[in-house]
Structures are given as structure tokens and as C-alpha cells.
Write a protein that binds this ligand. Structure first.
Ligand SMILES: Nc1ncnc2c1ncn2[C@@H]1O[C@H](COP(=O)(O)OP(=O)(O)OP(=O)(O)O)[C@@H](O)[C@H]1O
Length: 252
């Protein structure tokens, strides 16, 4: 059955040790749109990412990727079906070069898709692609530098390269500009915009400047639910969202 949604989250719930963390998350994303996921600490944003990318199993509800149910799939199966989640810097291999890190990610995604993966031609393809992806994120000249020796901003760009390497249609980024200076953050926003053209982006982000610069829609999570998902203008005017952030300021 055809679906207008690239990513469709329906009634997702998850509890840990008896405490309900996700309480019925509904969120639908269209192909080609960029959506920022915001909300207070503990709202459930990372848990939702973990669930959509297969790291956690939902207690109930469904996740559809271009209409295909991926709720019970493993992270690698989900990845191979076209959803990539950003790896944190901590999951880069610091002693491997930038090039080797991207190539490893490609092999992980593609490795089982082709029966004759070990054929030299395909290894060569992966190498060429890894270099091309590094060029795209501005790290072409840094390809042979160990990841651990790159600057912080370069490591974040490498993290992005690793995420987009296999050309997934749906990309989940977790605070891609956290810890960056304003200038680095602006450069990262430009880069993300460029590499996600035509793709679906769901991005957890606390920096509202980045959110407003990049997102077509903003989804607001609170207490395990998406309470609103709309344009920046409408989210700003949304009374429930205003109350959430005003309350935080008063109590936080
Ligand atoms: N594996 C787990 N086991 C137990 N509790 C968990 C687990 N993962 C998340 N939680 C709990 O779920 C709640 C929501 O956390 P989550 O990290 O999803 O929120 P968040 O919106 O991403 O917050 P932040 O913005 O601070 O990262 C927290 O109370 C957290 O302790």
C-alpha cells in the first residue's frame, strides 16, 4: 500500500522498570522534509530515536519506513532499509583514519546486501564512495588523519559523513551542533542542509537558532508524547508549547 510518509510513528509506548517513558508517540514525516524534535530534558527524545532506529523495542505501536513495518527489525536491518541514525563521536574509531571510519560504516551497511561483497570491485566502490562522502563534508584533505586527531568540529563532520555514507533516505541526527561555536554551528547547519536535500531529516536539537534555521517543522515532545508538530511560526504561537517553556523557566 502506498503511503505519503517516509517515516510514520504510530502510538509508540515504552516503559523502563515500570516507569512509562513514551506514552503514545505519533509523528509522521514526509519525504524531503526536515523536522526538529525539541522538548525538555527527559521528555523522551533519545528514547524515541533508540526505538525508531531499532536499539529499543517498543512495548506497543508501530514504526513504518516508507510504509514498511520496521518495528521488530534490528538496527542493521533498519539501516539497510534506508534509515540512518547519527553515531556519536564516542562511536568513531579514534585510531582509524577518517577515511577508514566512513568505509567501515559503508561496509556495515552494505556488507550483507551483496552476496559477493568480498569481490575486489565492490571494495573499491566502497573506497571511492568513502572518499567522495568525505569530500562532501569538507574532510577530503583530512581523509588520512586518525579520527582522534581531528578537531571537535571535524569529528562532528565525520560523524555526519558516517551517517550519510550509505545514502539513507531517512536520517536521524542527535544534537549535531552541540558543543560548537556559533560559527562552527552555522557551518554545520549549511552542511546538513546540503547533504539532506531530498531526504527526510529528524533531528534532536536544543539550539533554537539551529532549529529555526534548518527545520521545516518542529515537533515538541513532553512527558513521552509529541504535543505539537508544526511550522516554526505556529509552534511559537502554540499555547501548550509556550506554557511548557514558561513553566520550565519558572521552575528550572
Ligand atoms: N535504557 C533505559 N533504562 C532506564 N531508563 C531509561 C533508559 N533510557 C532512557 N531512560 C529514561 O527515560 C527518560 C527519558 O529519557 P530520554 O533520554 O529519552 O529523554 P530526552 O528527551 O532525550 O532527554 P535529554 O534532552 O536530556 O537527552 C529519562 O527519565 C531516562 O532516565
Amino acid at each position: 500500500m502506498s503511503t505519503p510518509f517516509s517515516l510514520d510513528m504510530q502510538g509508540l509506548t515504552k516503559a523502563f522498570d515500570g516507569s512509562q517513558i513514551l506514552r503514545g508517540v505519533d509523528l509522521q514525516l514526509h519525504p524531503g522534509e526536515r523536522c526538529a524534535l525539541i522538548g525538555p530534558n527527559g521528555a523522551g527524545k533519545s528514547s524515541l530515536f533508540n526505538l525508531v532506529s531499532g536499539r529499543y523495542r517498543a512495548d506497543s505501536g508501530r514504526v513504518l519506513l516508507y510504509g514498511r513495518d520496521i518495528t521488530q527489525c534490528s538496527p542493521q536491518q533498519i539501516n539497510r532499509q534506508g534509515l540512518a541514525r547519527s553515531f556519536q563521536i564516542t562511536s568513531l574509531f579514534p585510531r582509524l583514519t577518517a577515511f577508514e571510519n566512513v568505509r567501515c560504516a559503508l561496509l556495515w551497511t552494505l556488507g550483507y546486501r551483496y552476496a559477493f561483497w568480498r569481490r575486489l570491485g565492490q571494495l573499491h566502490d566502497a573506497s571511492a564512495r568513502a572518499q567522495a562522502v568525505l569530500e562532501r563534508v569538507g574532510l577530503g584533505a583530512r581523509a588520512q588523519v586518525p579520527a582522534g586527531e581531528l578537531s571537535y568540529a571535524e569529528q562532528r563532520a565525520l560523524e555526519l559523513a558516517v551517517t550519510i555514507a550509505a545514502d539513507a533516505a531517512v536520517i536521524l541526527l542527535d544534537e549535531p551542533t552541540a558543543g560548537m561555536s556559533r560559527a562552527e554551528s552555522a557551518a554545520m547547519v549549511a552542511l546538513i542542509r546540503e547533504v539532506t536535500v531530498g531526504k527526510t531529516l529528524l533531528m534532536v536539537e536544543h539550539d533554537m537558532q539551529v532549529v529555526f534555521d534548518l527545520a521545516d517543522r518542529i515537533a515538541v515532545m513532553d512527558n513521552g508524547r509529541v504535543i505539537a508538530c508544526d511550522s516554526a511560526e505556529r509552534i511559537r504561537a502554540n499555547q501548550e508549547v509556550q506554557a511548557l517553556y514558561l513553566n520550565r523557566r519558572r521552575h528550572g
